[in-house]
Write a protein that binds this ligand. Structure first.
Ligand code: SF4
Ligand code: SF4
Length: 230
């Protein structure tokens, strides 16, 4: 099989991804030094970015445990999918490097509780045409809203990138996520992790880590799709 964007997309969706797009490595020129695909693997010429959808109504449960469960499990699911994709591509002679969906990562600034992944997957997904970034700092996709978990593999193959998403994300004047954040952690561009973490990664007395807050995801009119379908 010839290696091109379409053949890679077919392999990745056949293994279970709900969304898949390709970003040429050159599109990451604006990423911080040390956090571009070629900083991770100098042979990288393209990035395949994919996503699984999350069970949507977990967002609206009265208790935070279902959403925490969905978040935890789907991170593992996407990591498993990433491994499957990586091994399948390798078996086909397509050199690649898998990227974790969430952690681990190395960069940590303790004084402001700031961690940075080796590659920002939401920016990679934007560059691969999978959606647009909202003021809540989440990627929103036309079909699945912000209820997706993203994964990626770096590819040695020099592939044609997909077009960026052309739809509008945040309606003009919407500030719902900023206004509803109980920690005032959002400024429309970034999230202050130091303010957000105590709520979004809350440790119970028993030691469980719960997603106690995900208000910025939930209040978004585009939470489940850009069309606002629920
Ligand atoms: S998860 Fe909660 S605390 Fe964190 S930015 Fe969103 S609304 Fe604010
Ligand atoms: S709540 Fe409004 S401003 Fe915030 S991400 Fe959603 S659409 Fe954008």
């Amino acid at each position: 099989m010839a290696t091109n964007s379409e053949s890679i997309r077919q392999i990745i969706t056949s293994l279970g991804a709900d969304l898949c797009g390709i970003a040429h490595a050159g599109r990451f020129a604006g990423a911080p030094e040390g956090f571009k695909p070629i900083d991770i693997w100098d042979k990288c010429k393209s990035v395949a970015v994919f996503a699984r959808r999350l069970p949507a109504q977990s967002l609206f449960a009265e208790n935070c445990v279902p959403y925490t469960f969905v978040n935890t499990m789907m991170t593992q699911e996407v990591d498993r999918l990433t491994m499957q994709i990586s091994l399948k591509l390798e078996a086909l002679g397509i050199e690649n490097v898998p990227i974790p969906s969430d952690d681990p990562y190395e960069h940590w600034e303790a004084e402001r509780s700031y961690g940075r992944a080796i590659l920002s997957l939401k920016h990679a997904a934007y560059l691969a045409g999978l959606g647009v970034l909202g003021k809540n700092t989440l990627l929103m996709n036309e079909q699945y809203g912000n209820m997706i978990q993203i994964g990626a593999v770096l590819l040695e193959a020099d592939l044609e990138g997909d077009s960026l998403a052309s739809y509008e994300g945040c309606p003009s004047g919407c500030q719902l996520c900023l206004e509803s954040c109980p920690a005032a952690a959002l400024d429309g561009d970034t999230v202050n992790q130091h303010l957000c973490r105590p709520l979004s990664n809350y440790r119970t007395e028993k030691g469980y880590i719960l997603k106690k807050c995900y208000e910025c995801r939930k209040v978004c009119p585009n939470a489940l799709s850009i069309m606002g379908k629920r």
